[in-house]
Design a protein around this ligand. Structure first.
Ligand SMILES: *Cc1c(COP(=O)(O)O)cnc(C)c1O
Length: 379
C-alpha cells in the first residue's frame, strides 16, 4: 500500500461491528467482563477505548511505528515520552530553539525531579557530541526547530546516539508524518502536538507518541495508563476525521508556504526569511534528502519592530494567534506569544527578536495571503 492510501486504509478503516466508514465514538468508561479470569481487549477507558485504539493504530501506521498513543495534548505526549525513559539523575540534550512549553517542561518541571538538560544547536552534530556527558540518557529534538526552522541531519544524529546508547525523541509536529517519518531513519520515538497539522482545523487539543519498537511502546503505554492524560473518545474521533485529509492539506499548504517564502525574500520590508524549502536555507540539502516536503511554517524578520506591529495590526485574512497547522492561515509573534517564557537575552541569542513573525500557511489562495501581508506592511 502506498503512503497516500495508507493514510485512509492503513489501520482500522471501518467499524468492525456495523461496517460504518466513520469509527463511532465509544463514550463508555467501563465494559462488561464476561469472565473475570480472562483478559479482554477493553476493561476501562483510561487504559483502552475502541475509538482511541482506532486512532492510535492509525498514528502508528502513519509514522511506520509499532505502537501509537494518543494524549490529551502535545505537552502531555512529550511528558509521557520523556518520563517513559528518564529517571532521576538522567541528563538530556535538548534542541535549543524549541517550543516554549517544552522549554518550560525542562527548565521548571523535570528539573524538580532531578532530570537535568543541556540545550544545544542540534543542527550541529559536533555541538550535540560536546553536550553529551556520562549521565546523558536521551536526545530530545525538534526539526524544523521553532521558530527559526533549523534542520537536523538525522543520519548523523542517530549514528551519534547509537554509538552512545542514547534514546532519540523527535517532536515531529512541524513536518507531520506526511512529510517526515523519523522512525524510518532510526529515531526511537516520534511525538506530535496533534493540535496542529494532524488535526488540521484548529478545533481540538491533542498529542501523540509513536514508538519504533514494541518495548519502547510498552513504556509509553505504562505512563499513559499510570498518569492518565488520555485523549477523549470524542476528540479521538475528531482527530481521525482530520487525519483523513492530511495529504490534501499538507500538499496545498506547503505549496502556499513555498510561494510566500520566495515572495517574502524579495520584499524590501523583509530582512530575512527562514524556510527550509528555500535553496539559501542552510539545512535545505539535508531536509531535501531526508524528508519529502518542507512544511507550511515560514518565519521572517521584518525590517523594524514597528513594521512587525503594523503587519499584525493591519492583516485582514491572516488570524493573529498562537498555534499553527490549521486550514486558516495564522500569523504569530513568538517574542510575545509562544516564546515569551524564555528570558530576553536567551531569546535574542536564538534570533527570536522583536521583529520576528511566524506564519502558518493555510488553504487560502496564496496570492490573497501575500496581498494581505503587503497592504499591512505598507500601512
Ligand atoms: C503546539 C506545540 C506543542 C504543544 O502542543 P499542545 O497540543 O499545545 O500541548 C509542542 N511542540 C510543538 C512544536 C508545538 O507547536
Amino acid at each position: 500500500m502506498k503512503y497516500d492510501t495508507k493514510i485512509l486504509h492503513g489501520a482500522i478503516d471501518r467499524d468492525p461491528w456495523t461496517g460504518a466508514l466513520s469509527i463511532p465514538v465509544y463514550p463508555a468508561s467501563t465494559y462488561h467482563q464476561k469472565n473475570v479470569d480472562e483478559r479482554q481487549a477493553y476493561v476501562y477507558s483510561r487504559s483502552e477505548n475502541p475509538t482511541r485504539r482506532a486512532l492510535e493504530e492509525t498514528l502508528a501506521a502513519l509514522e511506520g511505528g509499532r505502537r501509537g498513543y494518543a494524549f490529551a495534548s502535545g505537552v502531555a505526549a512529550i511528558t509521557a515520552a520523556l518520563t517513559a525513559v528518564l529517571e532521576s539523575g538522567d541528563h538530556v540534550v535538548v534542541t535549543r530553539d524549541l517550543y516554549g512549553g517544552t522549554y518550560r517542561l525542562f527548565t521548571e518541571y523535570l528539573s524538580r525531579f532531578g532530570i537535568t538538560h543541556t540545550f544545544a544547536d542540534t543542527s550541529d552534530p559536533d555541538e550535540v557530541e560536546r553536550a553529551v556527558n556520562p549521565r546523558t540518557r536521551a536526545l530530545f529534538l525538534e526539526s524544523p526547530s521553532n521558530p527559526i526552522l533549523k534542520i537536523i541531519d538525522f543520519e548523523a544524529i542517530v549514528a551519534l546516539a547509537r554509538a552512545r546508547g542514547l534514546v532519540t525523541m523527535l517532536d515531529n509536529t512541524f513536518l507531520s508524518p506526511y512529510f517526515f517519518r523519523p522512525l524510518e531513519l532510526g529515531v526511537d520515538m516520534s511525538i506530535h502536538s496533534a493540535t496542529k497539522f494532524l488535526g488540521g482545523h484548529s478545533d481540538l487539543v491533542a498529542g501523540a507518541v509513536i514508538a519504533a519498537t514494541r518495548e519502547m511502546g510498552r513504556k509509553v503505554l505504562s505512563v499513559q495508563m499510570t498518569t492518565g492524560a488520555v485523549l477523549s473518545p470524542e476528540n479521538s474521533w475528531l482527530l481521525m476525521r482530520g487525519i483523513k485529509t492530511l495529504r490534501a492539506r499538507m500538499t496545498i499548504q506547503a505549496q502556499g508556504a513555498m510561494k510566500i517564502a520566495g515572495w517574502l525574500a524579495a520584499q524590501p520590508w523583509v530582512e530575512r526569511v527562514y524556510y527550509p524549502g528555500l535553496a539559501a536555507h542552510p539545512g535545505h540539502d539535508i531536509i531535501t534528502r531526508q524528508a519529502s516536503g518542507y512544511g507550511a511554517v515560514v518565519s521572517f524578520v521584518a525590517d523594524s519592530v514597528s513594521r512587525a506591529y503594523a503587519i499584525m495590526k493591519g492583516v485582514r485574512i491572516w488570524t493573529v494567534a498562537v498555534s499553527l497547522g490549521g486550514v486558516e492561515s495564522i500569523l504569530s509573534y513568538p517574542a510575545k506569544m509562544s516564546h515569551s517564557g524564555i528570558p530576553l537575552a536567551e531569546r535574542q541569542a536564538l534570533g527570536i527578536t522583536d521583529s520576528l513573525l511566524r506564519l502558518s500557511v493555510g488553504l487560502e489562495d496564496a496570492d490573497d495571503l501575500m496581498e494581505d501581508l503587503e497592504q499591512a506592511a505598507r500601512m
